[in-house]
Design a protein around this ligand. Sequence first.
Ligand code: AMP
Length: 582
Amino acid sequence: MPAPDSIEQDVTDPAPAVPSFADLGLAAPVLKALKDVGYETPSAIQAATIPTLLAGRDVVGRAQTGTGKTAAFALPILSRLDLAQSAPQALVLAPTRELALQVCEAFESYAAHLKGVSILPVYGGQGYGQQLSALRRGVHIVVGTPGRIMDHLEKGTLDLSELKYLVLDEADEMLKMGFAEDVATILADTPDTKQVALFSATMPSQIRRISQQYLHDPEEITVATTTTTSATITQRYLVVSYPQKIDALTRILEVENFEGVIVFVRTKNETETLAEKLRARGYTAAAISGDVAQAQREKTVNQLRSGKLDILVATDVAARGLDVERISHVVNYDLPIDTESYVHRIGRTGRAGRSGEAISFVTPRERRMLTSIERATHQPLTQMQLPTAEDVNATRLGRFDDGITAALEQTDRIARFRDIIAHYVEHHDVPEADVAAALAVVAQGDTPLLLSPEDDRKERFERFDVDRPDRGSTSERRSRSSSSGPRTTYRLDVGRRQRVEPRQIIGALANEGGLTRDDFGGIDIRQDFSLIELPVDLSGDVLDKLSGTRISGQLIKLRRDGGPLRRAGGTGDRPRRPQRDR
Ligand code: AMP
């Protein structure tokens, strides 16, 4: 057993040996970019997938958002890209435009040191012009939604004859959104020699069939995750969007009774940035990551142990095995990329038989990761709400009172000041209570003691519907909720005869027309047509685009109908709102 409080990994708390990115066989410019973005080690899915893809094998990866699957396929593609080839060599299919854009952004950042690489997002709702001119100039990687990719293929504007890599990202979501046929067509109509990587959070039989039919002897990669966490650790989570995290953390630190805290972030760069922000807010905080030399890390950990430091901002690697009794709280500022890391992280608290608190920030798109953590640890996490201004004020007032009580205990010093105050009261004719208040003003300085209700409004933390994970950013959500105006009924020429389902209709309209979830009202699917409630003021452009959209191969000819939607007693089907923009 190592000495207590060692920062070395201890045997009671083993962490698996993790390969480094350099061990995986990635190209030098890609490794350089990874250094820039600050990832320390590959996530489990990356460690398993990257060598397999680099070796040229097809992969079926069971992985969801938040596990690092984007880098798992992007890094091997970028490592093998032939920059001299102008016809697209990699195609990534994603269910929604948000995901397509995210994937593009990830590719861009990992390609930062690959000169001249061109990555094109292609999704519905965006003008063709820009896409066409980029395609004409030549692109290396195309990331798009299946519907729009099919359009380009049908128009002959996208040449996939030299495709080498095809990725199906969130395959289960693509099928749910009615893209099965498009995906199958794209798989069938691209060179048989291409390498295919399919990622999916779930493996319904339809995905197995696709994989059997179109993939060549794929390696199935599932990251096993069954672990247990200590019952002495209370686990909570807070749903928060990324930009709100720092304020959420500050409020939590205000109301929680903490001694030592470890705040976990994903990247080395973020450790220093966040520690700096916390110091600016008056906390004693320091950063440790794999980049910090061992001697310095030990010094920092000793400061945490002795109480000179209260908050340590760390990456997984830097804090692995760290054993400091004083740690009362672990905050997962960023969720870890796998459940095992979660268990290792929260095991930093509740040491030596003490109880501990683990608080995880979950962005709306990470809800699935949360479910996996709960499943893997066999423990539900309790949702917490952001402390309100009132909660914060109650703790501030409590602390203020405690400060007075503690000062009153210093009887000698109190006695000396009592005379000075008495002198002041006598010569200024001011009640003692006012003098006490004036001293509080002096002690407090310019910072207000209490938050105002406005602070709550300013920082209004949105509440998210548990059953409706949402990928959009906060600003997108805001614009969406404000966009729902009066709706009217529209008709489209597909119905039960075509076996159409509400989600296909929503998927197609959202994808092609750039409609958002607040735009959709009820749907009534009849034998040969369907009625759907959409905004009254759909522009001519959007209507034109939508009337030319196909569902299950059939032109839908969307047009205003104006008739009532059949609801109660009919076969009308209130659609599940789409989960996101498509
Ligand atoms: P993904 O599952 O691909 O959506 O990735 C989830 C998040 O993890 C993204 O914000 C990535 O930037 C981040 N990420 C991916 N791989 C790593 C890694 N090896 N270390 C730290 N962060 C990572």
